[in-house]
Design a protein around this ligand. Structure first.
Ligand code: G3D
Ligand code: MG
Length: 214
């Protein structure tokens, strides 16, 4: 075998109330710009970014909504084959924090991952540059603890705070998930017990950003 490994495509989806900054976060990460206007110019449902994780070339395909989240009708294609789900709330909005629960439930129902407890979900508390904070760090951390230790980052798409770090963890966890999916496909005929063992023995998704050089 040659040393060159095949390219990996990771699908990441952004979920959360309208106005929390999903589009701005994505644009800050991919284009290093603070604007929510990218759709008007390129008209895409997702943006892509090439990153290097553990010596592997990875293409992150980050899916954003076109505002349909107002009606909670994102369609199956949006959720299908996601490798990581990014939940976003606005730290100045109690309501956007309260709604995380239903966004998480919606994701688990629509995407129905094989192992919901292990599926990588990352929480971002956005707009930390603003003064009128309404949700405390502790409250958010407690929520994350109660959800299987969901990784949590406080970000500002506007100031570019923690955006790179958050997506680095998102990429690493998505890669671990993609690896599980590959194994499931390869060993699909071996039965459920065998697949469960693979998850435990070899492919536990990482909960931090180790190994990511993006
Ligand atoms: P959405 O995609 O989740 O619906 P957007 O959210 O990215 O469209 O952002 C909604 C509004 O919040 C936008 O303002 C955007 O500029 C602002 N915003 C996004 N992220 C941040 C942030 O980190 N800090 C601050 N202060 N504002 C942010 P408008 O005025 O265009 O509605
Ligand atoms: Mg948007």
């Amino acid at each position: 075998m040659s040393g060159a490994k095949e390219k990996v495509l990771l699908k990441v989806i952004m979920l959360g109330d309208s106005g929390v900054g999903k589009t701005s976060l994505m644009n800050q990460y991919v284009n290093k710009k603070f604007t929510a206007q990218y759709k008007a110019t390129i008209g895409a449902d997702f943006l892509t970014k090439e990153v290097l994780i553990d010596d592997r070339n990875v293409t992150m395909q980050i899916w954003d909504t076109a505002g349909q989240e107002r009606f909670q009708s994102l369609g199956v294609a949006f959720y299908r084959c996601a490798d990581c789900c990014v939940l976003v709330y606005d730290v100045t909005s109690q309501q956007s924090f309260r709604n995380l629960e239903s966004w998480r439930d919606e994701f688990l129902i629509q995407a129905s991952p094989h192992n919901p407890e292990e599926f990588p979900i990352v929480l971002l508390g956005n707009k930390v540059d603003l003064e009128n904070r309404a949700v405390g760090v502790k409250r958010a951390q407690q929520w994350c603890q109660s959800k299987n230790n969901t990784p949590y980052f406080e970000t500002s798409a506007k100031e570019g705070i923690n955006v790179e770090q958050a997506f680095c963890t998102i990429a690493a966890n998505a890669l671990a998930q993609e690896h599980i999916r590959q194994l499931r496909n390869e060993y699909a005929n071996y039965g459920a017990d065998f697949l469960a063992q693979i998850d435990l023995d070899r492919t536990e998704p990482s909960r931090d950003s180790k190994g990511c050089s993006c």
